[in-house]
Design a protein around this ligand. Structure first.
Ligand SMILES: Cc1cc2nc3c(=O)[nH]c(=O)nc-3n(C[C@H](O)[C@H](O)[C@H](O)COP(=O)(O)OP(=O)(O)OC[C@H]3O[C@@H](n4cnc5c(N)ncnc54)[C@H](O)[C@@H]3O)c2cc1C
Length: 405
């Protein structure tokens, strides 16, 4: 039977970043097991591709620290490795006095987190950056950028491979079985052994963690984020990125415009309950997984508040009625017309909900016996992935008592 010191489950940006960091810091024998035949098939390749520096996150939090450092490091990494990157900046638009006041909070957070931003007052100033965006005021952050997330993950993997990591593609981990030390890993292609397991399985991280009695108070509730894109002749409606002012009481950013590195302008995502962890279309169902979500008490407690019910209903309408989606998008850019939008791809967030109905906003990582489980690598998980990978690798090395080489 093949044996490794460390087996990492999941070939997304988190798994590949941990693999690269561990391999570069130690002489451990490391493997990455990925159920698909391609890397970044799920969240890491189906996102907005935005590098979010930490103006949106509470000063001192891990999210603020990782996203700010992550933005800078990913830009350097992209430049050094020819990964498509567009350092276009973002404009966060306020459309009411209340939102304008919130921009001041974002600016104060940005200052504390060491992120450069400026407040744009009135339409004239906004139009210098985004001629078609409409609002009372805006926050401009020149550090925000757009990156090719799939190419990024492949580059991480190639660096990891160069440092000796073995990639097992098409290996779906079906069960983790505890041995006296380490694990027997049951896969669709037979068994492997590892002294230590890092669970970075994204949408299925909770099920693997529950296998070994970890994180039982959490469950992934899959929220699909659907995108439209502007038709090529109307891409000039957005020069860089246009975001609404975030509502701190809501878990997800509202529908926004992002100019990608391939020059497409994507609009979205919404946030609608997915009827399966990989149900990428609103007509896809996985009955077993849907029953699992509907049978979860945390899900019903989450939906218990009238505000969340209203949000869920609004998001559902945006999924099934193009006009509802377009209305949300036109709040930011009224010049856009329905015929300017066509359906694009979707991604699904591995959003963790606790038994008490709390939707967890911060990354969660929990230790099990000889294992580390990444349970809530939510946005800005892509942006944060380099420092987060280093952080997790240090945890593994500490657990294994390995000195850095
Ligand atoms: C719609 C959307 C938009 C987003 N936009 C942004 C953004 O603009 N900026 C940003 O910073 N972040 C963004 N994010 C968040 C970011 O994409 C995620 O935080 C990040 O990709 C999580 O990476 P991951 O490696 O944990 O998960 P994943 O990329 O999902 O990787 C997990 C991997 O594990 C594999 N796997 C699962 N189960 C098994 C098993 N049993 N055996 C073997 N392999 C298994 C899967 O196939 C998958 O490849 C967005 C996310 C979504 C969904």
């Amino acid at each position: 039977m093949v044996t490794h010191d460390v087996a990492i489950v999941g070939g997304g940006c988190v798994g590949c970043s941990v693999a690269k960091s561990l391999a570069e810091q130690s002489s451990l024998d490391i493997a990455v097991l990925e159920k698909e035949y391609h890397l970044a098939e799920h969240q890491s390749g189906r996102n907005s591709g935005v590098l979010h520096p930490g103006f949106n996150y509470e000063p001192g939090s891990l999210k603020a620290q990782f996203s700010t450092e992550g933005t800078r490091r990913m830009k350097e990494y992209a430049r050094a490795n020819d990964i498509p990157l567009d350092e276009c900046g973002v404009v966060v638009v306020a459309q009411s006095d209340e939102e304008e006041a919130r921009l001041e909070t974002l600016k104060a957070q940005a200052d504390e987190n060491g992120v450069e931003t400026e407040i744009l007052h009135g339409e004239e100033q906004i139009k210098q950056y985004e001629p078609h965006a409409v609002g009372h005021a805006a926050l401009h952050c020149p550090e925000a950028a757009s990156i090719d997330s799939q190419k990024y993950v492949y580059t991480l993997a190639s660096d990891a491979e160069d440092s000796g990591v073995d990639f097992y593609m098409g290996y779906a981990v079906e069960q983790l079985r505890r041995r006296r030390d380490g694990y027997l890993i049951e896969t669709n292609k037979g068994r492997l052994e590892a002294d230590y397991v890092v669970n970075a399985a994204g949408l299925y991280a909770d099920t693997l963690a529950h296998d070994v009695g970890v994180g039982e108070e959490y469950q992934v509730v899959p929220f699909r984020g659907e995108y439209y894109e502007l038709t090529p002749e109307r891409r000039d409606l957005c020069e860089s990125m246009i975001y609404p002012t975030p509502d701190p009481s809501l878990p997800f950013l509202g529908v926004h415009y992002t100019r990608r590195t391939d020059d497409k302008v994507i609009v979205g995502p919404n946030a609608v309950l997915a009827f399966g962890r990989e149900a990428y279309r609103n007509t896809n169902f996985d009955v077993g997984e849907l029953v699992e979500t509907l049978g979860y008490e945390g899900f019903w407690k989450l939906l218990g508040s009238p505000k969340m019910m209203q949000v869920a209903w609004d998001e559902l309408r945006k999924s099934y009625r193009k006009e509802a989606f377009v209305d949300a998008a036109r709040r930011l850019v009224p010049d856009a017309r329905s015929s300017d939008f066509r359906r694009s791809y979707a991604g699904i967030r591995a959003q963790v909900v606790r038994d008490d109905g709390q939707l967890v906003k911060d990354p969660v990582f929990e230790r099990g016996p000889d294992s580390l489980h990444v349970l809530n690598a939510v946005s800005p998980g892509l942006t944060s992935s380099l420092p987060f990978g280093d952080f997790l690798a240090d945890e593994v090395l500490n657990d294994l008592g390995e000195a850095e080489t």
